[in-house]
Design a protein around this ligand. Structure first.
Ligand SMILES: [Mn+2]
Length: 345
């Protein structure tokens, strides 16, 4: 968790910002982090980051277009040095809140960087949870819960949520149970999938969510949210198709290695779905598009193994959490990657 002093500092930044731009990671945790801070001050624009793995300098032009006076970066583990350099030149303040384990020496001194992994008590709660500690708006607790379970974390206030929303929750206090089996979990899935829509539709969704009063207003289809429902149904169908395919593997193997293609990358979702069904397997899901594959890896203490597995691969990169890692390798190296994993696990 962030310290009282850090929370106070971030609130001061938010109060000073007249027209902040919030760059956030393109997933449920990133989106909910943004929503909590935006709804806290009632100002600012949200921009999901779609460049992978880093926030690239292409996004600097969005700052000018939106005439922003303050930059917030939420839940994005890598930011390119060019991005930082261009911001340094236009002299705008950056407040960067994250929870990933990275090479902290890459963050320039002028950036106001907050990561609980740097605190005395090292923790890595989802950025949504950190942002709820900043905003503390009780009526947004359901958003804080949704963003948290997107990152596999169940906050202590879940028991209160269970009391407030008995129809939208489940008895279990395990995050996959909440994510896959409750109505609040369905919203979490909707966020993750609807973020993969066109930018125009995503902007419409963000505007809707900046104002929405209750989870039921998200769940009940209306003229304000039918696009996000439509996109969710579309991707959910694809997701179940791929998941079923991936489940067809030799159960004696310690690893599930699944490759797929198509227009939309849903590797993290497929990997999480497989982990829920096969908690003891190492899971590697590769999305193939263009010259590189984007890969989601899941497994207990898998970070070190995954980074070792790409060591001898040219142009490969990777990072993430202890149990959940993202990799990027050249398509022709996928066979080698599979062999490396086999040897290491
Ligand atoms: Mn996160």
């Amino acid at each position: 968790m962030l310290t009282v002093k850090q929370i106070k500092e971030i609130r001061e930044h938010l109060n000073k910002a007249q027209n902040p731009i919030f760059f956030f990671d393109n997933d449920g945790d990133g989106l909910c982090s943004f929503l909590l801070l935006q709804r806290f001050i009632g100002r600012g624009k949200g921009v999901p980051i779609r460049t992978f793995p880093e926030l690239s300098s292409d996004y600097v032009k969005r700052i000018n277009e939106l005439n922003a006076d303050y930059i917030f970066i939420l839940d994005k583990p890598i930011v390119s040095q060019e991005f930082f350099e261009e911001i340094r030149q236009i002299n705008l303040p950056i407040v960067y809140i994250d929870h990933h384990k990275i090479d902290f020496s890459l963050i320039p001194k002028f950036v106001n960087y907050y990561n609980p992994l740097l605190n005395k008590k090292k923790t890595n709660e989802p950025v949504t949870y950190l942002c709820y500690g900043i905003s503390q708006k009780k009526e947004d607790a359901w958003i804080a819960l949704i963003g948290s379970i997107c990152d596999n974390y169940v906050p202590k206030f879940y028991s209160q949520i269970q009391k407030d929303y008995p129809d939208l929750t489940v008895q279990s206090k395990k995050s996959p149970e909440i994510y896959y089996n409750s109505q609040l979990g369905k919203i979490a899935q909707m966020f993750n999938f609807a973020l993969k829509d066109s930018i125009t539709n995503v902007v419409t969704m963000i505007k809707f969510l900046m104002k929405v009063k209750s989870p039921n207003d998200v769940l009940n289809e209306s003229k304000d949210n039918f696009l996000m429902h439509k996109r969710f149904e579309e991707i959910n169908k694809k997701y179940h198709k791929f998941l079923e395919k991936a489940c067809d593997f030799d159960k004696k193997e310690k690893m599930i290695f699944f490759e797929y293609g198509g227009e939309t990358s849903i590797s993290a979702d497929i990997a999480n779905g497989l982990k829920y069904r096969f908690p003891n397997k190492v899971i590697v899901v590769a999305y193939i598009s263009g010259a590189k594959a984007n890969i989601s890896v899941r497994g207990k203490k898998i970070r070190e193994i995954a980074l070792k597995a790409i060591k001898d691969l040219e142009d490969a990169s990777g990072g993430g959490h202890e149990d959940a890692v993202g990799l990027r390798v050249k398509i022709e190296d996928l066979g080698k990657l599979r062999e490396n994993f086999k040897k290491l696990i």
